[in-house]
Design a protein around this ligand. Structure first.
Ligand code: SAH
Ligand code: SF4
Length: 385
């Protein structure tokens, strides 16, 4: 199969257009079709000549992820299950902005995207790694999740505005319904897979999402979450773009973290902390420490002081997330009371802390769960190659 055009850098496309003797504005037109208009076929690119479209089709393929199922309603968290060109299944989760919390427009959303099919990191609590690792996502498949969600959103029927009447009784026709041009204004790379283990595809994908010729999403609106791949954190610290960083900590001592996250053996807390310090120093940006609360595993109050010390040392905020139950795994979320006690204790140590009221745990929103369920139903069996 030909490589996907959305996996090519702008420079590669520019070089090919130059070789074909095409003027540079043609490339801008093509990029407009690929990213702003989310084209799913060459035929729609009406301002490119038929001959050029044929050349393009001979050189590259053009795919967007195909929607298998969607769970959730338009005013709550919605989960998309996609099928890729080779049949692999991945997930993205669309989370509406909460105007009360963030003062954001209600048609603004955060999209949580995947970077791999499965995950090789084997964190004990996580559904994404349960069936092992299959492959890295291509650049086009990372970017494609945003484009496919926006295509889907644009295709949804919109409520017509009511017609009104002027004071003298003249009818005023209803304005045309407003189709949201872009609904995704925040991206969190927190879906299936370890993004830092697919760094070579992740970074060009994020650059395309950020670029003015691409999707135009601000770098500060894009957060990469990692289980702690130290060399890549150091590399990201030197990247010119200001992407945000979140660390999946889930344990504030090596004993507790090592029990649930195998990566802690390769990069123990001392090394992870040093890399985060380097990142904060280079970027001058606050990082987030993600901490899932799992009953009887990492919710002991003995974790509070080491966690507070880490947060202070890194000038980081702490995001506590009550564990989302995964079928087939023994782990449970602590009681609401236990979660609140843990939060209060951190607060008393003057840590900037939030306790997330998990959105969407009723629709299998924790990463990897919907895919796992669908694979079982469709009889895909193990993903192990
Ligand atoms: N591999 C990366 C990004 C994907 S996981 C990472 O680990 O950071 C995104 C987040 O979801 C991580 O913080 C992960 O620990 C968390 N997570 C995984 N399973 C979960 C579950 N069952 N309940 C709540 N959070 C979970
Ligand atoms: Fe992979 Fe992240 Fe899940 Fe760990 S938490 S298994 S790194 S997706």
């Amino acid at each position: 199969m030909l490589p996907d055009i959305r996996s090519q850098t702008r420079e590669t496309l520019a070089a090919q257009f130059a070789a074909w003797g095409q003027p540079s504005y043609r490339l801008d037109q093509l990029l407009g079709w690929l990213y702003a208009r989310r084209a799913a076929s060459w035929d729609v690119m009406s301002n490119l000549s038929k001959a050029l479209r044929e050349e393009l089709a001979k050189t590259w393929s053009l795919h967007l992820p195909e929607l298998v199922t969607k769970q959730g309603s338009s005013d709550t968290t919605q989960k998309f299950l996609w099928r890729l060109a080779d049949g692999a299944l991945i997930e993205s989760v669309l989370i509406p902005a909460n105007p009360a919390l963030y003062g954001d427009d209600s048609d603004r959303h955060t999209l949580c995207i995947s970077t791999q099919v499965g995950c090789a990191y084997g964190c004990r609590f996580c559904a994404s790694g349960l069936d092992g690792f299959k492959r890295n996502l291509e650049i086009s498949e990372i970017v494609g999740q945003i484009l496919a969600v926006e295509r889907w959103a644009a295709s949804q029927p919109v409520e017509p505005a009511p017609a009104t009447t002027a004071a003298d009784g003249t009818p005023i026709p209803a304005p045309p319904p407003r189709v949201p041009e872009r609904i995704v204004n925040n991206i969190v790379v927190m879906g299936m897979g370890e993004p830092m283990a697919n760094y070579d595809h992740l970074m060009p994908a994020l650059r395309a999402l950020n670029a003015t010729w691409g999707c135009g999403i601000g770098a500060r609106k894009i957060t990469i979450s990692t289980s702690g791949v130290v060399p890549r954190i150091r590399e990201l610290a030197r990247d010119p773009l200001q992407f945000r960083l979140a660390i999946s900590l889930h344990g504030a001592t090596d004993a507790v973290r090592g029990q649930i996250m195998p990566i802690n053996r390769k990069y123990p807390l001392a090394e992870l902390t040093a890399a985060c310090e380097d990142y904060v120093k280079q970027k001058g940006k606050m990082i987030t420490l993600e901490y899932i609360l799992i009953a009887g595993v990492n919710d002991g109050l003995d974790q509070v002081l080491p966690l507070a010390n880490l947060a202070h040392r890194l000038h980081a905020k702490v995001n506590l997330i009550p564990y989302n139950k995964v079928e087939d795994l023994p782990w449970e979320r602590p009681s609401d009371e236990a979660c609140e006690t843990f939060t209060d204790q951190l607060d008393q140590h003057e840590v900037v802390v939030t306790l997330r009221r998990e959105k969407g745990h009723d629709i299998d929103a924790a990463c990897g769960q919907l895919r796992l369920k669908t694979e079982k139903q469709e009889g895909y069996g193990s993903l192990e190659a």
